[in-house]
Design a protein. Sequence first.
Length: 271
Amino acid sequence: MVEPPLPAGAAAGLGVALVVPCYDEAERLDVAAFRAFAATRPWLRCVLVDDGSRDATRALLAGLAREAPASFELVALERNRGKAEAVRAGVLRALAGDAGLVGYWDADLATPLAELDRFRACFASEPALEVVLGSRVRLLGHHVERSELRHYFGRVAATCVSRILRLAVYDTQCGAKLFRATPTLRAAFREPFLTRWEFDVELLARWLEAQRGRGGDVRGRIRELPLLEWRDVAGSRLRARDFVRAPLELLRIWRAHPGARRAAPDAPVSG
């Protein structure tokens, strides 16, 4: 897919550092897709995080970094720390660079890389925007293939999260997110996450807490972008016990971040 042009002058400051957390992805990682996409996006740098993989994942990622060092960088964690900390390590590395936008993307490409162009265009058209969340909404003309179990669990989880954050968000768990590189974002990633599976919610809670002293309407700084395409990819590590663990993690977030509830309005953020 050809990248849609941005308005004249809109690309300034919109370089993207995209974190891709990987753990035992050697059989699923579409190296060719990453290579082809990056080759046509000079504004993109992928921070590839190997989370202590036991298979050939690190070798594949290292190969990409050697082949195209301007587009790919490897962050190698010596032991498995979980997705939350792998993302945090990658984002901290990304924030050390000069990219205007920093985000993270699932390595299995359940969200196609082409969607990143649409995320970036949101920031080009809305200068006040700081957060864009991918949202897996089943709409006519969109191709969202999601198992019934994931869909209904997601709806229950979204209801709980909306109450915890006082923000009517549809989908916090989609693995495609992009942020403007601001001091607020740096602060949100500074400390390790309390939660392993619900770190996306914890990240939003941290970000919302930081809005307290800024004033204005938070709705102008965050939005959800309905994805044109998303599909369940075989090999997901989500297990039944994770559905049981999720409410406990949400409770920890609710207790740890009361400021998020005071900072956020009861309002939708979908775009």
